[in-house]
Design a protein around this ligand. Structure first.
Ligand code: GAL
Length: 565
């Protein structure tokens, strides 16, 4: 890996907040002398060479885009973006190429990446003649010969170049540079069930007892906003007056049944929170949902917020949190702080949007102390692989969910294609099939009081799938041990391991899990699908019968999963 400095980099960059950062310089064969850099009143720009045959992946948790060749992205933290703009829950300015290299750009700005669109004079256009097809007219082949990275405001930037034979190798180095993959306790691999937002403590207990009685292998119970006296913004205090009069007894019984408990929150502090006055001087100058926004780059804000969580929540036995709404709101109303917001440390709103998710995870890791966790977060950024926090979204498009899973493995991110309330048994089962083969099995029941398998009459199938999830523990254990030790992402796109096989370059609907599994989920409403298996000795994961590599059609009520010898 090699670090290169251009101009005068900013001081507020992701690497500054990455405790485990591990830079070991090694020689690279990348043609560094072919990188151009310039600056103007808007910011600065890097221009890197791009070969005709290269394909590019990464830039965080993209849900719409996959192969980035010919695409333009602006990396901004935002909730629920279902367009090809680059906006995402998890913007990561790191991309990888099939030509054997990856580039991490150490910026917390809304950087723009043009992958081969050659916006420069002399780039020319290879299109001949005229057409009335707008897609063709505006389409970009990506043969512009360069990658341009435009960083607003900054007068300079550090970049890091990683090289390897496969994308898996390159990303592993980026993850080790970030401090290695996160550590996850065994219980984190068990199914999570998030309870309806308006359940009382008695209803939570009743559902949890039913799960045990009915043989549903749920291991973690999640409570949604209803546990707070006020949730948008948050008080972090139990709603004892109405929904949770007996929360202590509820927690004791849940623990006695063997459950782990995860609490929903966001970091916008309501005036009724016990620590509101203390934290206010360490907050930004704009409120979100009427709550103060702590500046988690300020150690005092971190101390106040995390001490409260340690003393009042972790002390009760809580072992995880769901950190909601730490992304932006350009597509979901206007609830978030503006880019012009100021924070006491001097960081501005744009930078804080890109950093807040990661810093929020770090703050809650401090609250948890030595307690192992497997938690959730709706936004995280660069250099985040050491955090045992899994991303999720309010979007629910199945194709995008699987594509996000593929993309998560290019960026040091974990993603759950969680299962929410579905329209039919078929939809619930198809979604759950994909979910059990992901890094976190999460059934999110926050907005429907009905238990989904009872509602849809698919209890036996769900019981079987949850049992299969528990049986996957050893596979996940090995994958996560490798993630921590070597940085190899637990879930990856096919092109990541099979970078030499161009047939994998567009495959964004199948993924690899751990060392040996290839998962090809079937979408709700479909009976089958086309599967591509790269070269190798494969067998069916369930029947153990050999399967020849290549492309073939498969029809099954089960999920197609293959195992490599
Ligand atoms: C959303 C979140 C959902 C649920 C809901 C509760 O922002 O994505 O999973 O937690 O809030 O209000």
């Amino acid at each position: 890996m090699k670090k290169l400095t251009f101009g005068e980099p900013e001081s507020v960059v992701p690497s500054r907040f990455c405790d485990g950062l591990s830079y070991v310089e090694t020689p690279v064969s990348y043609p560094v002398d072919r990188i151009d850099f310039f600056q103007n009143s808007r910011g600065c720009c890097l221009v890197l060479p791009l070969g005709q045959d290269e394909h590019i992946y990464g830039c965080g948790l993209q849900t719409v885009l996959f192969d980035l060749k010919g695409k333009k992205l602006t990396l901004r933290s935002n909730a629920d973006c279902d367009r090809a703009t680059g906006d995402t829950h998890a913007p990561v300015p790191f991309f990888v190429s099939t030509a054997g290299y990856g580039v991490y750009v150490d910026t917390a700005r809304y950087a723009e990446f043009y992958f081969g669109s050659s916006p420069f004079i002399g780039g020319g256009s290879s299109r001949e003649g005229i057409t009335d097809d707008t897609a063709e007219l505006y389409g970009n082949s990506g043969d512009g010969g360069n990658i341009s990275i435009q960083i607003p405001v900054a007068k300079g930037v550090d970049i890091y170049i990683f090289e390897g034979d496969t994308i898996t190798d390159i990303v592993a180095q980026y993850n080790m540079f970030s401090g290695g993959g996160c550590r996850v306790p065994d219980w984190g691999f068990d199914p999570f069930f998030r309870m309806y937002v308006e359940y009382t403590d008695a209803q939570v207990l009743e559902a949890a007892r039913d799960f045990k009685r009915d043989g549903m292998s749920v291991g973690v119970i999640g409570l949604e906003p209803g546990w707070h006296t006020h949730a948008y913004s948050c008080t972090y205090k139990w709603r004892t007056g109405t929904l949770y009069p007996n929360y202590r007894e509820m927690l004791s019984e849940l623990y006695a049944m063997g459950y782990h408990v995860n609490l929903w929150e966001h970091c916008y502090v309501h005036p009724d929170a016990d620590f509101y006055k203390e934290i206010l001087p360490h907050c930004g100058n704009y409120a979100v949902f009427g709550g103060a926004v702590p500046d988690f780059t300020d150690p005092e804000a971190v101390r106040i917020f995390s001490d409260y969580h340690r003393d009042k929540l972790v002390a009760l036995g809580i072992d995880g949190f769901k950190l909601d709404e730490c992304d932006g709101s350009d597509f979901t109303g206007s609830w978030s702080f503006p880019n012009m917001a100021s924070f006491p440390s001097g960081i501005d709103g744009e930078q804080y949007h890109q950093l807040i998710g990661t810093l929020y995870c770090k703050t809650l890791m401090r609250a948890l102390g030595d307690k192992p966790t497997y938690s959730l977060v709706r936004s995280i950024g660069a250099l985040a692989s050491p955090y045992p926090f899994v991303l999720y979204s309010d979007l629910s498009d199945f194709t995008q969910y699987i594509r996000a899973l593929c993309n998560s493995g290019f960026a040091g991110l974990l993603w759950t294609p969680e299962v929410r309330y579905s329209d039919s048994a078929d939809e619930y089962v198809r979604r759950l099939q994909a979910n059990i083969f992901s890094v976190m099995c999460n059934m999110n029941g926050w907005n429907d009081p009905r238990i989904p398998w009872k509602n849809h009459g698919c209890e036996a199938e769900v019981r079987d799938l949850l049992g299969q999830r528990v049986a996957l523990r050893p596979v996940l254990r090995r994958a996560f041990d490798r993630y921590a030790r070597e940085g190899v992402a637990p879930a990856r796109a096919l092109v990541s391991d099979y970078t030499g096989d161009s047939a994998t370059y567009g495959v964004d609907d199948e993924f690899l899990l751990g060392d040996s599994l290839l998962v090809a989920p079937i979408a709700p409403g479909e009976k089958g699908r086309k599967v591509y298996l790269p070269d190798g000795n494969w067998r069916d994961f369930f029947t153990k019968k050999p399967v020849a590599p290549g492309e073939f059609e498969v029809e099954t009520r089960n999920i197609p999963v293959y195992e490599k010898a």
